[in-house]
Design a protein around this ligand. Sequence first.
Ligand code: HEC
Length: 149
Amino acid sequence: MQKIVKIIPVILLLIFIAFQWHQPAPNTDEGQIYKTDFTRKYTMSAEVKTMFQTSCYDCHSNNTNYVWYDYIQPARNMVEKHIREGKEELNFNEWDTYSNRKQERLLNSIKKQIETKQMPLSSYTIMHNNAKLNDKQIKTLTDWLKEQQ
Ligand code: HEC
């Protein structure tokens, strides 16, 4: 019995190591430029643009800026799941392919998500501190969003 108990951590470690081999394809487009990008459609300051790109584009565009620990399982799977689901709802690179109605709905939704601090996802900002928005940044973004409506 004692022998088995001693072996358990070793087995867990082996499972952990084996799991690292499972690496889904990364979300990257090698620096492609999109005519339909959100930041091209509207006039915005460099500050606003950077905030969207830093805090939102990792899950809502075709290009994620990964950090090294994003490649470690099980975080890897979680990050990819967020990207897949995030892009399904909203892809900033494809903004101008959306109908006017959809853009209006999304602008409203973006404002609401930022105001209520639901986005960027807190499970993400814990590990990606630079994506976190402080109160001043939230105000700058929501003021800008109000001007677009
Ligand atoms: C860690 C990944 C991640 C980041 C970063 C992130 N999102 Fe999301 N977002 C998601 C996921 C996943 C969903 C879909 C499921 C849900 O709503 O939780 C989503 C949904 C949304 C929706 C809902 C779309 C709809 O149909 O109404 C909006 C709007 C949104 N995000 C805006 C933002 C904005 C703005 C930012 C940056 C301030 C941001 N997100 C950052 C993952 C992310």
